[in-house]
Design a protein around this ligand. Structure first.
Ligand code: DQA
Length: 146
């Protein structure tokens, strides 16, 4: 089983960026913790991050034939990008939408998601631990829907 963990704009600054909202854990810390979990579960993880919408779409296109699922924290593109939504629909592999923060407890403009419309499910509000939750949720989903 292989899963792509794809992170969008500004998430490269995780750990330094608004730590009162997003925590002090870096993306590298999250990658290390995820890979440790993956060892136990015999799953191969790929990590990618981009600040550009087009590059994120390219990563989703590549995942189409190489990955079993995608865990996507699309950052602010979540709330704006029909193009990312269409890319996920075209990928024809399950996607889980992920956010560190509880977007529903924040500004109104974070309450809408184009990604959620085409995702298997959404995990938000659990900080860095959400990535581990999402890996578990994806493995469970793949087991029950293959
Ligand atoms: C985020 C939530 C988004 O609204 C925000 O634009 C981000 C991070 C999160 O992980 O909580 O960049 O996706």
């Amino acid at each position: 089983t292989s899963i792509l963990i794809l992170n969008g704009p500004n998430l490269n600054l995780l750990g330094k960026r608004q730590p009162h909202i997003y925590g002090s854990t870096t993306l590298k810390d999250i990658e290390d913790a995820s890979k440790a979990l993956a060892l136990d579960k015999s799953v191969t993880l790929s990590f990618e991050q981009s600040n550009s919408e087009g590059e994120l779409i390219d990563f989703i296109h590549k995942a189409r034939n190489t990955q079993d699922g995608i865990i996507l924290n699309a950052g602010a593109y979540t709330h704006t990008s029909i193009a990312l939504m269409d890319a996920i629909s075209s990928a024809e592999i399950p996607t889980i939408e992920l956010h560190l923060s509880n977007v529903h407890a924040r500004e109104e403009f974070r309450h809408t998601s184009y990604i959620a419309k085409v995702a298997v499910g959404v995990i938000c509000g659990f900080g860095a631990y959400g990535y581990l939750m999402a890996i578990d949720a994806m493995l469970n989903h793949l087991q029950n829907h293959d």
